[in-house]
Design a protein around this ligand. Structure first.
Ligand SMILES: [Zn+2]
Length: 196
């Protein structure tokens, strides 16, 4: 089964590289197969690619139903619930981070001057978790890192950095998470990565 957010062999032809990253859980920010649907991929420097032709920031935000809704029901429901949860607090936080992911800094630009980013609730709102829809329970994340958090893969090392698959990633932090939601994530949501 293909897991969202993880490097797979389908990404190899687009990357033009068969480095060790192709094995299993890789330290990548985006799958090439996802990026290539949104535009032309250009190589920025060794090992780093992004979508071509970045545009100046505007306040416009891309809002649309994901194009991959013909997926199994659980994911369909998950994606829909993310859209309707976009409250004012979430919108303000997205603007604060200029629509950039707090983990990788990437900003998706589906059309010129229009950006797409997601907000993750660290302690989930539903499912018996009873998290709050407030900014001190939110992270601004790209879809891939949002999926990583939904899978429970990252672990907080501190309020300002996380660990995924043995690698530390500093977060961009312009707001503060409540200490109890960080503890909740590490104790309840985080699932230690399977090691072969
Ligand atoms: Zn990201």
């Amino acid at each position: 089964m293909r897991r969202r957010g993880l490097w797979t062999s389908e990404d190899e032809p687009l990357s033009g590289s068969t480095d060790p990253k192709s094995r299993g859980l890789a330290n990548i920010d985006f799958r090439f197969t996802d990026l290539s649907r949104r535009g032309t991929i250009v190589k920025v420097r060794h090992g780093v690619w992004q979508l071509a032709a970045p545009k100046p920031l505007s306040a416009k935000e891309f809002v649309s139903a994901p194009s991959d809704l013909a997926e199994p029901p659980p994911r369909f429901e998950s994606r829909v619930s993310r859209v309707i949860r976009d409250t004012r607090a979430a919108q303000e936080l997205k603007s604060l981070y200029e629509f950039r992911c707090q983990v990788c800094g990437f900003r998706l630009e589906p059309s010129p001057g229009t950006f797409y980013i997601e907000v993750h609730h660290v302690r989930p709102l539903g499912g018996g978790h009873d998290g709050l829809d407030t900014s001190n329970n939110m992270l601004v994340l790209c879809p891939n890192h949002h999926a990583m958090f939904d899978f429970g893969i990252p672990r907080f090392l501190s309020p300002d950095d996380i660990e995924m698959a043995g690698t530390r990633y500093p977060l961009t932090t312009k707001h503060h998470l409540a200490p109890d939601v960080i503890t909740y994530h590490n104790n309840v949501i985080h699932k230690p990565t399977d090691r072969p």
